[in-house]
Design a binder for this molecule. Sequence first.
Ligand SMILES: Nc1ncnc2c1ncn2[C@@H]1O[C@H](COP(=O)(O)OP(=O)(O)OP(=O)(O)O)[C@@H](O)[C@H]1O
Ligand SMILES: [Mg+2]
Length: 213
Amino acid sequence: MKNVVAVVNTKGGVGKSTTALQLALGLSLAGARVWFVDGDRQETGISALTVRAESGRSIIAASAYAHGPTLRAQVTAQAGAYDHVIIDAGGRDSSALRAALTVADTALIPFLPRSFDVWAMEDIAELVDEARSVHELRALAFLNLADPQGADNRDAAEAMREFPAIELLDCRLNRRKAFSNASGAGLHVEEMTRRDAVACAEVDRLAHAVFTA
Ligand SMILES: Nc1ncnc2c1ncn2[C@@H]1O[C@H](COP(=O)(O)OP(=O)(O)OP(=O)(O)O)[C@@H](O)[C@H]1O
Ligand SMILES: [Mg+2]
C-alpha cells in the first residue's frame, strides 16, 4: 500500500515507538487522517495516545494488533480510509514485524550510533530482502539517540555502506529530553509548553525525508 510506513528494527530500545508517535502526531496536527497501528505487545504507543486522549487533546485513530496475520488483514482492509498509516512494528523478530513489512511501502529503521546496533542491521536487511521478494519496499534508516559530537555518527554512517539496499537518510534525531518527554505524554514536540526548537526541526526534517522526498 502506498500510504503505509512501518517503523521497524529487530533491536529493542532504538526509538521505534518514539519515532512512530512523533511522525503520526505531526501528520495529524497538520490535518491528515492518520491511523496509528501498534504491533508491539507492550503497547507503548497506544498507552501514550491514551494519556493524550485523557488530557483532552485531539485524538488520532489507533489500534493494536500484536498478531501478525491480524495486523496484515486489518491494515490491508482499512489503510484506504486514511492518508497515512504508521505502524510501530514492535521489537524482536515478531510476527507483527514481518506482517508490517508485507503491507508497508516504506520501512523506516531507527538505529543507534554504535557498532553493535549496526550489526543488527543485518537482520533487518534480510527481512527487507524477504519482503522485497513479494512486493516493492522502500527502506530508510536514520540515526536516533545520536550524540551531537563524537565519531560514533560518522562510524555508523560508514558501516551503513555495507547495506546498499537500505538508504541512510541525511537527517537524524539527537538524544534530547524533548523527545522522551513529549512521546511519554502522547504529545508532538511542537505541543510542549517549553518548545525545543531544535528537536522540532529534527522531527520536521525526518518527516519531510519520509513523506515528501
Ligand atoms: N531521540 C531521543 N532522545 C531522547 N530519548 C529518546 C530518543 N528516542 C528514544 N528515546 C527514549 O529511549 C527509550 C526507548 O525508545 P522507544 O521506546 O521509542 O524505543 P523502541 O524501539 O520502541 O523500544 P521497544 O523495543 O522497547 O519497543 C525511551 O525511554 C524513549 O523515551
Ligand atoms: Mg516500542
